[in-house]
Design a protein around this ligand. Structure first.
Ligand code: ADP
Ligand code: MG
Length: 261
């Protein structure tokens, strides 16, 4: 197996020749065509591509919500295709997810939203929960807002609460699906900087799906581009126009406005 896509030694997530298609045989739509990549442990990987190119499908494959038609999806070296229901459930506790819109509960306060995973999934006492949530509120600059309801928060603050909640169970891998939807460019930049700082402090593996191109590239340890079934991996955005893959060069030309080689 080739390991040329790994940035540093160990990979948290690995796709090996993964194919995924949808639909009936006659009008089958091939979304991922033998794609391979690794997400290095403890680093930030950004997945970018146009709408409908399969970015969310990749996250669902990582979570085991979808299965590949062929190829392997490995999480911490374990092939999720060969896992049963129980093992998959156990595997999911490794993940924190922050999807579009933050998915906060409107009828719960900031504190209650963040405390929810701890109340539902751990046996911590009320006092332990209170101190854990307080620590996260401080880290994400939310102290003083704990009694507010989501409707009273700015867009950026909602994203921070969503991140705080996603981090409560101390995940090893955090997945973000277009987490800046609805934010203006300045707020988008601030939120990404906070994400990266938080990732560096806590050390989890981050996978961020984004269409905030090219701003997001400066925050990534690794960039994965997806276009028309092809995927290419970069550690340096300046190399993107020189991809050996025609569909990726096309994407660079269209989205980054750069001349391709
Ligand atoms: N469960 C599904 N059933 C059928 N088609 C799907 C399903 N999930 C995704 N697709 C198709 O796969 C393609 C990629 O979808 P998606 O990963 O959501 O795109 P995006 O890159 O915008 O996140 C789209 O054409 C979408 O219609
Ligand atoms: Mg999507």
């Amino acid at each position: 197996m080739s390991d040329e896509t790994t940035v540093s030694g160990e990979s948290a997530i690995q796709f090996v020749e993964v194919c995924k298609s949808f639909g009936e045989r006659s009008k089958r739509h091939l979304v991922l065509d033998r794609v391979s990549f690794s997400a290095p442990r403890g680093k930030t990987t950004v997945i970018a591509g146009g709408s409908g190119q399969g970015k969310s499908v990749i996250l669902k494959l990582i979570l085991g919500l979808l299965r590949p038609d062929s190829g392997e999806v490995l999480i911490g070296g374990n092939n999720i295709s060969s896992m049963g229901y129980k093992a998959l459930q156990a595997q999911r506790t490794l993940f924190g997810v922050l999807f579009q819109g933050s998915a906060l509960f409107d009828s719960l306060t900031v504190f209650e939203n963040i405390a929810l995973p701890l109340r539902e999934r751990t046996k911590l006492t009320a006092e332990e929960i209170r101190s854990r949530v307080a620590a996260t509120l401080e880290q994400l600059e939310l102290t003083g807002h704990e009694d507010k309801f989501p409707a009273q928060l700015s867009g950026g603050m909602k994203k921070r609460v969503g991140l705080a909640r996603a981090l409560q169970l101390e995940p090893e891998i955090v997945l973000f699906d277009e987490p800046t939807t609805g934010l203006d460019p300045v707020m988008t930049r601030e939120i990404y900087e906070l994400f990266v700082q938080t990732q560096k402090r806590l050390g989890y593996t981050a996978v961020i799906v984004s269409h905030d191109i090219p701003q997001i590239f400066t925050l990534a340890d690794q960039i994965i581009l997806l276009n028309k079934g092809e995927l290419d991996v970069f550690t340096d955005a300046s190399q993107i126009p020189f991809s050996t893959k025609p569909n990726i060069r096309e994407f660079a030309r269209l989205v980054m406005g750069q001349q391709t080689a």
